[in-house]
Design a protein around this ligand. Structure first.
Ligand SMILES: [Zn+2]
Length: 403
């Protein structure tokens, strides 16, 4: 019997190592052997690799693993069969959002391509609540995946939902409710978008920041500095949501951007309460993401965020407050106190932005998720679906902008 080998060339000195593999066609492969092989690959690369090179090296490693049949082995392994991959998305573009922020937005065509990959690979897309129960009681079907969307943006309704419906895939929407009730653009997100949109212009700050300057917007650093100056001024003046919306309108006017056209298109808005109410219950489950998209570090403040969020969601969906038992940490911010507080509030699962694939050893209140962005290549995506990427070095990915 011939033995297939995965050849891994180490960067340092260009030496190579061959790790022997079971034949890819073997149907009763040894899952433990697959896992140890992938671990060996990950260790090998980690040993000599600066973070800046991780992406290209991971890509080459995955490509070699794919050619050698490792992804296919991992996908069908018992190891993968006991695990759940939770996918996290933020926004699906209605215009050029993905050109502005490729970690927050993907174009609809990419979401469709991802779902094609799920279908072609025989993955079972399960409602998150069912999948988590099945993960811990040992009844998870093989190749299990759950899909989540953070924040509850209007673009979920008009871009993501039609694609979910086409594929018949269920999803959980983690809804942050303040900007659902207050139907104006999400302040931080819209301010960053306006500054990016006007990157060939400059912003006059008189009346906005307490001093009078003309801020350049050409580079990312310029725009972050302008954002900080404007946001700090809003905080210093203890502005209300309406006041901050006035700031957005002024900034847009000075940058020659039609703010009212953005409002008319519900650009960077969240779903309104009546839209949340009309979401198809068979496909979309609305769950907790705090009311104001923040996690206070004190127990009382934290509890208020969950209580307000829960009451609002119950009012919108007509389902009882007990229905909201799943949570996603806003902006992926976690703290050792949070799981205990969530448990006391009747929350049974919480997802993070730590990349990984969930197993029975995962804390249900600190579940890993793959935040899928435009920067995740098709091969990396397949690596995660199969479980193989869990053994490779990884970097944290931002899930959402602070609102
Ligand atoms: Zn969020």
């Amino acid at each position: 019997m011939s033995v297939v080998g995965l050849v891994v060339a180490r960067r340092a000195g260009g030496r190579s190592t061959t790790i022997p593999l079971a034949p890819p066609a073997c149907s009763r492969h040894d899952a433990r052997r697959t896992a140890s092989l992938l671990r060996a690959v990950g260790r090998l690369w980690m040993s000599a690799t600066p973070p800046s090179m991780l992406k290209s090296i991971k890509q080459r490693t995955l490509s070699a693993a794919n050619s050698a049949g490792v992804l296919s082995l991992a996908r069908g392994s018992a190891w993968r069969g006991r695990r759940l991959l939770i996918l996290g998305y933020h926004g699906v573009s209605t215009d050029d959002e993905h050109e502005w922020d490729s970690e927050l937005y993907i174009p609809p065509s990419l979401l469709r391509e991802r779902f094609d990959t799920l279908r072609a690979g025989g993955y079972r897309v399960l409602p998150l609540a069912d999948a988590i129960r099945q993960l811990y009681d040992g009844s998870l079907p093989s190749r299990a995946v759950s899909i989540t969307f953070d924040d509850g943006a209007y673009d979920f309704l008009v871009r993501a939902l039609p694609i979910l419906e086409d594929f018949g895939y269920p999803a959980t929407v983690y809804l942050t409710t303040y900007y659902s009730r207050f139907q104006r653009p999400v302040f931080n997100t819209m301010l960053r978008y306006l500054l990016w949109k006007a990157r060939d212009r400059a912003l006059r700050t008189s009346g906005l920041t307490g001093d009078s300057a003309v801020l350049p917007l050409a580079t990312r650093e310029d725009r972050e500095a302008a954002f900080d100056a404007l946001a700090r001024a809003c905080i210093a003046q203890r502005m209300s949501g309406s006041d901050k919306d006035g700031v957005l309108a002024t900034v847009a006017e000075r940058l020659d951007i039609d703010y009212f056209d953005l409002i008319r298109r519900r650009f960077l808005h969240l779903m309104a309460p009546d839209e949340v109410a009309r979401l198809p219950r068979k496909l979309v489950d609305v769950q907790l993401h705090t009311h104001r998209h923040r996690v206070p570090a004190d127990a009382a403040g934290f509890e208020r965020e969950i209580a307000d969020n829960r009451r609002e969601i119950a009012a919108m969906t007509g389902l009882g407050a007990h229905h909201t038992a799943h949570f996603c940490y806003p902006s992926g911010v976690t703290h050792p106190s949070f799981p205990g507080w969530l448990r006391q509030l009747g929350v049974t699962s919480a997802t993070t932005c730590f990349p990984g694939i969930a197993s029975t050893k995962s804390d249900p209140l600190l579940l890993p998720r793959l935040i899928d962005t435009m920067n995740v290549s098709r091969l990396e995506f397949e690596g995660w679906l199969s479980g193989a990427s869990a053994f490779l070095p990884r970097r944290p990915v931002r899930a959402s902008a602070p609102i």
